[in-house]
Design a protein around this ligand. Structure first.
Ligand SMILES: Cc1cc2nc3c(=O)[nH]c(=O)nc-3n(C[C@H](O)[C@H](O)[C@H](O)COP(=O)(O)OP(=O)(O)OC[C@H]3O[C@@H](n4cnc5c(N)ncnc54)[C@H](O)[C@@H]3O)c2cc1C
Length: 470
């Protein structure tokens, strides 16, 4: 079947090759050594890690849509180090482990570039650097705690910069101060996800697309059932992102909430004129963080968090079509880069984010099924972290004790959120409080104790300025 383009976001529309065919769906009975459910970046990096460790392994990926059809093919393409989450990393991994993982995540951009170059795949890698800044007085210094925690260990991945420097670096006149990480990069998400799929197939890993897992028999071997087929495997790895909420043990550790992006037509002259051509990607310090970047062909790509909240196990929802919050995205551009605020959006889209309380992912085996593994909770930061996730899950699934499988991110899913419908109702209350706090912060007004306490329940995002367990 020819790969569907209609309804998909621009990155996938651009990356799906003309005439490309979906992999055949799973029909009939099959066996595999390892079956991976979910063909996003996490599942595909895991498959490649397993194959690298043991080339003879028979690995199958079962994917509800097409590989990359989830968040992996529709993100903002920001490859960020995770140093902004250092304190949260420390709380799970200890200082030594946090430093080791921090370096691993920080090296991801370089490794992604090298990997895809060696495969002859252009992912439009650009070493743009990242500015995390403040667009109102109340947000100034949001990063200080992190800088202090890092400095205690002689780590200085960020440089503090003032408003004039930010204006010189980006053309934006509304950032009051911030920090700069020169190692961050941007990539084309569709080209990365679909390129990864090509490498996976080239390594002899089987992919079944349009094959949603409808039931998981947890015996040993386990059996992954789809509408038309089944696959028995010694080990199963679940890399289902937001859809992990369909697995009861995994549900309470994540809140599913959409992020949205928009993109303009190519505007090289305007970007040049306003000082934002090939310049650092930027993020503010809102709880519902806003980010900006540009593409290789000089489109402006803003994004916002805090969209639709997922209910229960999501029932296979695909989050397709244009964003219903283009007005919110536009407001964020007005606040963060006013010179670009009136440029029309050529397209917009949204996708689900699997937010954990700390903003860090979770890995492990299901409590009563040690042959079934999970890796999820990337919290909107999957581009740099999923290659490491692949190493962690690869080690876990093969029973290898190494620095990855023994790292502190391997832990049980926290019982963080209550069951439905309380969870859904509560999440809406917290979301409303966050939006109000973000708005009042910009007006220099105090949100009051109720809004402040509700907003404090926000899960971790791109940055974690407070430490939360799990
Ligand atoms: C709008 C947006 C912007 C983002 N921006 C950034 C960014 O700039 N930088 C960054 O680092 N991260 C960003 N992210 C987050 C990043 O995209 C994710 O963290 C990452 O893609 C997670 O990879 P994954 O493989 O876990 O998830 P996915 O790519 O979603 O893969 C999970 C797969 O599981 C499949 N699946 C689900 N249920 C089943 C089932 N029952 N049977 C079979 N298959 C199933 C899905 O179809 C899906 O393909 C963004 C996300 C969004 C939505």
């Amino acid at each position: 079947m020819q790969t569907r383009i209609a309804g998909r976001g621009p990155w996938l529309r651009e990356a799906i090759l003309p005439g490309e065919e979906d992999a055949a769906p799973l029909t009939g009975e099959h066996r595999a050594d390892i079956c991976i459910v979910g063909g996003g970046m996490a599942g595909m990096w895991t498959a490649l890690d397993l194959k690298r460790r043991q080339p003879s392994l028979d690995i199958a990926i079962v994917e509800a849509d097409i590989c990359g059809g989830g968040a992996s093919g529709r993100n903002s393409g920001m490859v960020l180090s995770q140093w902004a989450k250092f304190e949260a990393l420390q709380s799970f991994c200890g200082t030594e482990g946090a430093i080791r993982l921090g370096h691993a995540f920080g090296n991801s951009a370089t490794e992604l570039d090298a990997f895809f170059r060696s495969e002859g795949i252009d992912i439009e890698f650009r070493r743009d650097g990242w500015i995390w800044g403040a667009t109102c007085m109340r947000h100034v210094g949001s990063w200080r705690g992190i800088l202090t925690a890092l400095a205690k260990h002689d780590l200085a991945p960020f440089r503090e910069i003032d408003a004039a420097t930010i204006t010189a670096m980006t053309g934006s006149s509304t950032f009051l101060s911030g920090i700069h990480d020169p190692t961050a990069a941007t990539i084309h998400p569709g080209k990365l996800a679909r390129g990864l799929r090509r490498v996976v197939l080239k390594r002899g890993i089987r992919i079944y697309e349009n094959s949603a897992m409808t039931r998981l028999d947890r015996g040993h071997p386990a059996t992954v059932h789809t509408v038309q087929g089944a696959i028995r495997a010694e080990r199963v790895i679940l890399t289902m992102n937001a859809w992990s909420t369909s697995i009861p043990e995994l549900r309470s550790a994540i809140l599913v909430i959409a992020s949205e992006d928009a993109v303009t037509a190519p505007i090289p002259d305007l970007l040049e004129k306003v000082g934002y051509k090939e310049k650092p990607l930027m993020g503010d310090s809102q709880l519902f963080v806003t980010g900006f970047r540009t593409t290789k062909d000089h489109r402006f790509n803003p994004g916002v968090t805090g969209g639709v909240i997922g209910f229960g196990g999501l029932n296979g929802a695909r989050f397709e079509g244009r964003s219903l919050r283009e007005d919110v995205i536009r407001d964020c551009v007005r606040r963060g880069h006013p010179a670009l605020a009136e440029v029309p959006f050529a397209d917009s889209w949204f996708g689900p984010i699997d937010r954990t309380r700390s903003g860090l992912p979770l890995f492990g085996a299901l409590p009563h099924d040690p042959h079934i593994f999970y890796g999820y909770g990337f919290s909107g930061n999957g581009v740099a972290t999923t290659p490491i996730a692949g190493k962690i899950l690869g080690g876990l699934a093969l029973g290898v004790e190494d620095e990855w499988s023994a790292c502190g991110l391997v832990r049980s899913p926290e019982r963080w959120l209550p069951p439905e419908p309380i969870r859904y109702i509560g999440a809406h209350m917290v979301r409303a409080a966050i939006a109000r706090k973000d708005r009042l912060d910009h007006q220099g007004r105090d949100p009051g104790p109720i809004v402040r306490s509700l907003a404090a329940l926000a899960p971790g995002g791109i940055t974690t300025s407070r430490v939360a367990k799990n």
